[in-house]
Design a protein around this ligand. Structure first.
Ligand code: SUG
Length: 421
């Protein structure tokens, strides 16, 4: 079978909560202390995956991580019962749902050995995300265990920050053809941290055996990070030969665009000027944190969060673009408000892997029936609400651990419970 793009969505875990852990992520800070709704959050995610299936796209999943992360707390010399509230919150985060931060992926046509390479992200900048990688790696090793087609790499040493595919874009005339890979890194973000370091990006490009002539390193603009674009995928998204980006996304915009024109046959740019959609509106609406997809109908489709529809400058721009017969032909709206309130839009929730689905462990792929099974488990076991000050109550923790276990069993992935205690 030909190579296709598979979207692997992180299933929202039963401990989903609003602890305000991510400095520089404006939504996370704004919603700190709110009551979360894990069940509704996970069902929103399932509905988004259903919509992808309806478009004829191939859909995959990643599973929630064990929370609390007891092993991590043990490494810190404590337990969930004894940890200070801030540390306990770091051990309870469901942040693994944002699969765009799981790994960086270089599809087979781009690599010297013609295998698809994946490097799990170390996520070292934020404490609550820095302990995700072992449970992510365990899943990648199973899902992409076919060594004839995939190589899964351990994380880059934590000296250098790496946040995965959220800071990586691929432009190619077609999925199965060699593409240009663009690694976006930050140097300075004003008051906010630059989470992707160029040293990590360069290491990944080397490990993935990319052709240096088709590999670009582009600095994210300081202004974008300072305005709340803590990952590049908050202000830009690429698919096929199309780049959809805000005018202020990159530090050296002209050079990047010239390189793309030179390297990508049929390159198309859809750039949104700041005068039409100010950076603040782009970030509040997450219009660029969209899934830009090529459904079987051939109509390039942008899957945006409902917040994009509710932001007049953004919605007006999208309507004008559609009316003008631009490269984006359709806009679909999805409701992922629970995730959005923590700064995670439709694109954050998925990791794209260009591969032949036959080479992926089928337990990580879903159809309607499997999504139905996931929804059933969520309805039955996921907590309805979590208030921040109840995060470490023993009864809640028991429920959260039982819920994950029920999902692993339903998906025949009980072995994950053994790999990461
Ligand atoms: O790392 N939010 C995530 C959102 C990640 C979005 N991903 C992409 N842009 N690809 C983050 O900031 C909030 C957690 C909290 O506050 O409890 C959080 O981690």
């Amino acid at each position: 079978m030909a190579l296709v793009e598979i979207n692997f969505d992180g299933i929202v875990g039963p401990s989903h909560n609003y602890a305000g852990l991510s400095l520089g992520n404006l939504a996370s800070t704004r919603n700190a202390g709110q009551v979360s709704q894990p069940r509704a959050a996970a069902l929103e995610g399932v509905a988004k995956m259903r919509a992808n299936l309806d478009l004829g796209l191939v859909q995959g999943i990643f599973l929630p991580h064990p929370r609390p992360n007891r092993a991590w707390l043990a490494d810190l010399g404590t337990t969930i019962d004894e940890a200070e509230p801030a540390l306990a919150a770091n051990a309870m985060s469901a942040s693994a749902m944002w699969a765009a931060n799981a790994a960086t992926v270089s599809p087979a046509p781009d690599t010297a050995d013609r295998k698809c390479h994946l490097t799990v992200a170390n996520l070292r900048t934020m404490p609550h995300r820095s302990h995700e990688w072992p449970a992510t790696l365990a899943q990648l090793q199973i899902a992409f265990g076919d060594a004839a087609h995939f190589t899964v790499h351990a994380p880059i040493p934590p000296a250098f920050g790496d946040e995965g595919a959220a800071n990586h874009m691929r432009l190619a005339p077609a999925y199965g053809e060699p593409g240009a890979e663009i690694f976006v890194y930050g140097v300075s973000g004003g008051a906010f941290p630059a989470r992707q370091h160029v040293e990590a990006s360069k290491a990944i490009a080397r490990l993935h055996r990319l052709d240096p002539a088709r590999t670009l390193f582009a600095e994210q603009s300081e202004q974008a990070i300072a305005a709340g674009a803590f990952h590049n995928d908050v202000v830009a998204v690429a698919n096929g030969p199309l780049l959809f980006a805000h005018e202020k996304a990159f530090a050296q915009r002209d050079r990047l665009i010239a390189d793309c024109e030179r390297l990508v046959p049929g390159f198309e740019l859809v750039e949104v000027p700041d005068s039409e959609v100010p950076l603040a509106d782009a970030i509040a609406s997450y219009v660029f944190n969209a899934q830009l997809v090529s459904p079987a109908t051939g109509e390039t489709t942008l899957i945006v969060p409902a917040e994009a529809q509710e932001t007049p400058s953004v919605w007006n721009w999208l309507q004008r673009h559609l009316a003008g017969n631009g490269p984006i032909r359709r806009v679909e709206v999805v409701d992922v408000r629970q995730s959005m309130a923590n700064g995670g839009g439709p694109a954050c929730l998925r990791l794209r892997v260009v591969a032949d689905p036959e080479t992926v462990d089928p337990r990580f792929l879903v159809d309607e029936a499997r999504l139905g099974a996931i929804a059933e488990i969520v309805e039955r076991f996921w907590p309805q609400a979590i208030a921040n000050d109840e995060l470490t109550q023993p009864a809640l923790i028991r429920d959260i651990e039982t819920a994950r276990r029920a999902l692993l069993d339903a998906l025949d992935l009980g072995e994950l419970a053994a790999i990461v205690p």
